[in-house]
Structure formats: C-alpha cells, structure tokens
Design a protein around this ligand. Structure first.
Ligand SMILES: [Zn+2]
Length: 474
C-alpha cells in the first residue's frame, strides 16, 4: 500500500512539475506592413521558378526572377553585398555592428514544384497569377517556400528603411533547386562558405511550422521549432535466379525471393525509441494536455511503452520514433509467360538520430538472412543531423520572436521528418533550426505541393513581422 501511495505521489509530482510556467510573448505592437509587400509577393508568384524531377528548368524564368529581385528591392541591392551562385541561387551578406561573433544564416528556397496538368483546373485561381482575392494570396509557392524568400526580403527591406541593424552578420541565402535535392543551389552555397572560410553559428531553414489542430489532445496552436532533421539512405536489393518458361516454374523465382525479403523487412522494422527532440516536445506540450494524458506523458519512466505504442499508431508518430523503411521501386519481368531471372527493389530509409548506414545494412542482412540477395547502397547517404540545443542564444531568440508575434501559441522543439536543404550546410554551420512562422492546419496541409496553395494576407504580414523581430533580436 505504501509502495502504491509512493508511486501515486511520484506520478502526481512529475505531472505538476510538468505544469510549470512557460515564457510568454510580450504584447509589443504589430509593426505596419505595407501593401507593397503583398504586391511584391504576388509578382514573385507569377515567375515560374519550377524544379522538374528530370532536373530540367526554364532558365528564362529564373533569370527573370533575378532581374525582378534587383529591381524590386533597390535598398537591399544597394546596401548588401550580393553573390549569385550557379546562376540562379543567391547569397546576401549584411554586415552587423559586432564582428566578433560568427554570423547566422536565414535560408529559403526559391524554386517550387510544378502544377500537374490535370490538377490545374481544380485550382480556385490560376496558380501562376499570384492572385490576391478574399484576403488571401494564391499560387504555387505561397507556402513552400517562396513565401520565406519574400518574407525575409521584406523584413530586411523594412529594417533598412527603419534603421534597424543586426548585431551579428547575417547571410540571407536562397537556393534554387531544393525540390530536386539542392545540388546546384544549397550545396554550392555551402561550398562557397567553406572555400571562403565562413562559418555560421546558426541557421534557420524550413521544416516545421505553427500547427493548429495537428498535435493530438492540444487545443492551442503549437509552434514547433525543428531542432534536428532525419537522415536519408536508399538501398537496392537484387537477385538473379534461373528463370525460364512459366509453365514449369521452380518453387521460388527471383520475384518471390525479393518480395519475401520486402515482406520480412516490412514486418520487422528498425527498433523504436524516443530521441531527445521527441522527448523534449513531449515534456513541453504535456502541461497543455488533459489530466490523464498529462500523467502518462509526464511519467515516461513508467509509461514509455504506452507512449511508444500510441506513437506507432499513426504514420507521423511512427516516423518520429524510428528509422522508417519504405519500399519505393520494384523492377522485374517483361513478359507474362517468361519467369524473369532478375528482380530488384529499392528501399528508402529515413534515419533517426543515432542510426547510420551501417545500422541499416546490418538490420537488412539480419532480417532477410538470404545469401542470394545482393545489398547495395544507392547514391550518397545523408546522415541524421545533429540536435540543436534549446538553451542556445539562437533558439531563445527564435522562440522570443514567435511569442512576440504569435503570443498565444505554445513553442516547442520538434523533429523534422523530411529532408531540407540544410543537409548541405552540416559542415559550415554549428546548429540549424527548422521553422516557418505560418499556420498549418488540417485544411491547408494538403495544399503544399497540392491544389489551392495559399496564405491569408494577414498571416503573410505576421510572417514578415517574425523575421523583422528575429533580425532586431540578433
Ligand atoms: Zn520546401
């Protein structure tokens, strides 16, 4: 009985400990954002800076974007040094008042994905017209990620006009091919920094956002600042077994061998675990949850298994707690009455912090346990990123900027599941945070890379205000 009482007391203490006060946004007045900012955004959305999967681009649209940049922001053109990389990517350098500290980088990508032909008719407004209608700006790139290129430019423009100068040096960098891997944009920008001995203390890239009704059991908006991104590794499994006429098949064909291997890998995933970004997120949002969930989340030592089980129940949750396995390509056979000799499949893994290429290869060998299958890594593996420190000066400033503009949101660290251009900056940047000050909810989530991508004008203005505040604080 005493033991049970002690246990209960421990649970409750942890629960109330988790209810501690969090920093609050000061009620600073909203700075006025001009209508010109909306016009600029609309104009930029008309330029089709599209990355196609075959790496083809329409260079005339990108060159038009370069010209438009120079003409639309004369004070930036005049006062900041500007370097063009690979013809279409941009580095702007703004010297701060204090040269003793390493610079920071605000990063965004200016390319967008295409609008698929048969989807175009479903858009409420033409995706390439930068339509401003119903207090909203419509078009491809309104959320991913041209909004950030424009938002950062407007913030710098505002700061220059209002004599606000950052303390540290700030680099504003805009890559032009993030949607197809960033090999000519971000990677070359990183090389430029390396070759010139420039090292960033911190960077801010895309990745997570303000969420509304997306974090289960939390009613308030949650601003998730990504503090790490998962890695990326693709592996091919292939086999060659005598084929022949399909009227007299052997008991196991090449297709059977590869499909069995895939089936085993699907059943036995890599082990799950709660890494620091997820643990920190749970600790931050637990106090906002109903009592029962709060008790569970505040007592991971006892309910760790329950928490992991509930995470495994959804795709997003599952991807947060393990290196995921996804079969993406299967190649074999050409004719219906011939058993093919060869079969192969590609698996794409997204690495959780702590797992490496070797972890994956060992796991595959152990699970499939079949010498007939050759296992090879495709391309270059991107390791999982390091984990940024939430006590750092930069994290605190990003958090403060969020709370100053969006005072009612909860700010929490989080893990970025997809890969962003920041993967190219691992050698030239100490720590990266992943956040965009835009509100994502179940109704607009699918518009990214989808139909009717748009942002409310007032939300775009807050987007700019966040970057103004961040520059002021730095
Ligand atoms: Zn993006």
């Amino acid at each position: 009985m005493l033991l049970i009482l002690g246990l209960l007391l421990g649970l409750l203490l942890n629960t109330f400990w988790a209810s501690k006060e969090r920093p609050n946004g000061s009620t600073i007045p909203k700075v006025p954002i001009s209508e010109q900012a909306v016009r600029h955004f609309s104009e930029a959305l008309k330029l089709k800076t599209i990355s196609y999967m075959d790496y083809g681009i329409d260079s005339s649209e990108y060159l038009a974007f370069n010209d438009w940049l120079e003409l639309s922001y004369p004070s930036i053109t005049n006062q900041l040094s500007h370097t063009v990389i690979s013809d279409f990517s941009h580095i702007y350098h703004w010297e701060g008042k204090d040269q003793s500290q390493d610079p920071i980088m605000l990063y965004a990508h200016l390319d967008v994905v295409q609008v698929i032909d048969n989807e175009k008719e479903h858009w409420q407004y033409d995706p390439w017209q930068g339509q401003v209608a119903n207090d909203t700006i419509w078009g491809r790139g309104a959320l991913d990620d041209k909004v950030a290129v424009l938002g950062i430019l407007e913030a710098v423009n505002y700061c220059i006009a209002n004599n606000i100068k950052p303390r540290r040096d700030i680099y504003f960098c805009f890559g032009h091919d993030e949607e197809v891997g960033g090999n000519y944009g971000a990677r070359k920008i990183a090389e430029y920094f390396k070759n010139n001995g420039i090292r960033m203390a911190y960077a801010l890239d895309e990745g997570l956002t303000i969420t509304e009704n997306l974090v289960p059991n939390v009613d308030k908006q949650v601003s998730l600042i990504g503090i790490a991104q998962k890695g990326y590794c693709s592996v091919e499994l292939s086999t060659r077994i005598d084929g022949g006429h399909s009227s007299m098949p052997s008991s196991e064909t090449s297709i059977d061998v590869i499909s069995n291997a895939l089936s085993e890998l699907n059943k036995k995933g890599l082990p799950s675990r709660l890494t620091s970004p997820v643990e920190q997120m749970l600790a931050t949002i637990a106090p906002e949850m109903p009592f029962f969930q709060r008790v569970i989340l505040s007592n991971k030592w006892l309910f760790g298994r329950i928490i992991k089980n509930s995470y495994e129940g959804s795709n997003v949750g599952n991807a947060s707690i393990r290196t995921t396995t996804a079969a993406t390509i299967f190649t074999s056979g050409q004719q219906e009455n011939i058993i093919p000799e060869q079969a192969s499949a590609t698996l794409n893994f997204r690495l959780l912090q702590g797992d490496t290429e070797k972890t994956i290869l060992d796991h595959i060998k152990k699970v499939i346990n079949d010498d007939r299958i050759e296992i090879s890594v495709i391309g270059k593996t991107t390791p999982a990123s390091n984990i940024a420190d939430t006590n750092s000066e930069f994290y605190q400033k990003v958090e403060q900027s969020i709370l100053d503009v969006f005072p009612s949101t909860i700010v929490s660290p989080g893990l970025v599941m997809a890969g962003t251009d920041a993967k190219h900056f691992m050698d030239v940047c100490e720590e990266t945070l992943y956040f965009r000050p835009m509100i994502m909810h179940p109704k607009n989530l699918h518009t990214i890379h989808g139909i009717n991508e748009r942002i409310a004008i007032e939300e775009y203005k807050d987007f700019i205000r966040f970057y103004i505040r961040l520059i002021e604080l730095n």
